[in-house]
Design a protein around this ligand. Structure first.
Ligand code: SF4
Ligand code: SF4
Length: 474
């Protein structure tokens, strides 16, 4: 006797090739709109200019690795401010969780780069090889001269898109117009060609060949979101109570004439034909469903043709699918703890980041005490401590910075190699590293370590930065 709890089938199902059919309707239009917007932003953003003054780059979004800066329109982040990226990551995660709480995998269906590029690659495939039926027939027929031509054309166009995808990525790391010219004249740095090569390859592999397999087998998000979602989240769902028992149009007419129940689903399989992951949504929620809504469009078009009400497939909650099956009216609960907590966290983290940005200083001082020796006894009985001080001038103009130390009576500050005293000049948008000695004169040396404060003040007297450290007597 076979135990039903033991899985006896294979653990891996070989891939069935998916031939998604073109469709039209509301969700397809939304997806086209988002595809054009997201790809437009990605490909064109490096060319947007932003005037920051004479000494700074004019690219609106730039990761300046040699200069160790990140520019985003009016924001300029230094390596010391990397915590902003932590804030951005928290915001991104919370937004994803909120999307999940409201409408399941809408990120996957509309905005994920895998979906967007796969959609674009499918559009190219359809344009070159024809729609679902043509592609299936051609695949069955095998290789002919026309087939070879089509496959070569498709791969060439894919390669161009993939190449430009990799090309656009490197433009975020250098002045875009300059780098485009260097790339065209083969004078760009080798690292740019290497990254373009890597991203061309990954784009074509993931969006052209792996397609839905990336979502089903590789991406962790479907598993995570399945554990995070609840029965109140909207998901693409088939209204089983209305659709079943499914039968052809003719059989349904006959059944209804006989007074028997016939569902609205005519089993035309259009919902499966348009699905980019090959899912039959009539079997309920599945890991493969990316919630793109294309089956809704396909089924609505069928319903319109046969004169039945739309939305046999639609965004609905698990609760309502069950309630409808029991003949109960649907209920919605958009306001729930999770749809409140995520926006609150987003607002909180966003506000902290904005506040930090609005009040961030354009003068910064960083101090590091010498480790060995901590203190040096001088011949006249005084004690000196050595420090490395780094001054950051975040303004696009040169500034004179006055450096002082306080915390114990009589402390004197000396900049090594600077006979002019305690004032130094820091270039526009630059850092300056100094060797500094703090001296406690004889008779005023503290008996134990004392906290001291380094203060940097610019020549306008309005900007001050401080850093706390210690002075050690021995
Ligand atoms: S498209 Fe609609 S009618 Fe056709 S099989 Fe799917 S659910 Fe049934
Ligand atoms: S089942 Fe429908 S919503 Fe889910 S992936 Fe397929 S077409 Fe998109």
């Amino acid at each position: 006797m076979q135990d039903d709890t033991i899985i006896t089938g294979p653990l891996y199902a070989s891939r069935k090739k998916v031939y998604p059919q073109a469709t039209h309707g509301t969700f397809r239009n939304i997806k086209w709109g988002l595809l054009i917007f997201t790809l437009g932003v990605y490909y064109l953003l490096p060319f947007v200019r932003w005037d920051r003054g004479p000494n700074l780059p004019h690219q609106a979004v730039l990761v300046d690795l040699p200069g160790r800066r990140f520019y985003f329109f009016f924001i300029e982040l230094w390596p010391q401010e990397v915590y902003y990226f932590t804030g951005l990551l928290i915001l991104a995660a919370m937004t994803l969780f909120l999307m999940n709480a409201v409408a399941g995998r809408i990120w996957c269906g509309y905005l994920c780069w895998q979906t967007v590029w796969t959609d674009l690659f499918y559009a190219v495939e359809r344009w070159v090889e024809g729609d679902r039926r043509d592609r299936m027939m051609k695949d069955k027929k095998g290789w002919t001269a026309q087939r070879i031509r089509e496959v070569a054309t498709k791969n060439f166009l894919w390669l161009m898109i993939a190449w430009w995808t990799g090309g656009a990525w490197v433009l975020y790391f250098n002045d875009a117009p300059t780098l485009v010219w260097q790339l065209l004249t083969f004078t760009a740095p080798a690292i740019a060609y290497t990254w373009i090569g890597i991203l061309t390859l990954t784009t074509i592999v993931f969006a052209g060949y792996m397609r839905e397999q990336t979502c089903i087998y590789i991406c962790p998000w479907p598993r995570i979101q399945a554990a995070m979602t609840d029965e109140w989240a909207l998901n693409v769902a088939y209204e089983r109570d209305r659709g079943e028992p499914r039968m052809s149009l003719k059989k349904a007419e006959h059944a209804r004439e006989q007074g028997a129940k016939a569902g609205d689903c005519i089993d035309c399989q259009q919902c499966i034909a348009v699905c980019p992951t090959g899912v039959d949504i009539r079997h309920g929620s599945q890991l493969g469903c990316i919630q793109c809504g294309l089956c809704i469009d396909a089924c609505d078009n069928v319903m319109k043709e046969i004169g039945r009400d739309p939305h046999l497939i639609y965004y609905d909650t698990d609760i309502n699918v069950e309630r409808r099956a029991k003949g109960l009216p649907p209920i919605y609960r958009p306001i729930r703890p999770r749809t409140l907590i995520y926006p609150v966290v987003i607002a909180l983290v966003g506000s902290i980041m904005l506040l930090k940005l609005a009040t961030r200083s354009d003068l910064f001082v960083d101090v590091m005490h010498d480790r060995n020796p901590l203190a040096v006894q001088m011949a006249d009985g005084g004690v000196r401590n050595g420090f490395t001080v780094r001054l950051l001038n975040k303004q696009p103009n040169e500034r004179k910075i006055d450096l002082a130390v306080s915390g114990a009576p009589g402390l004197q500050l000396q900049i090594v190699g600077d006979a002019n005293g305690r004032t130094v000049t820091v270039g526009p948008d630059q850092t300056l590293e100094l060797r500094v000695l703090v001296i406690a004169p004889a008779g005023q040396t503290p008996l134990a370590p004392v906290p001291v404060t380094f203060t940097a003040k610019d020549d306008t007297g309005t900007r001050t930065a401080t850093h706390a450290d210690h002075f050690f007597p021995k």
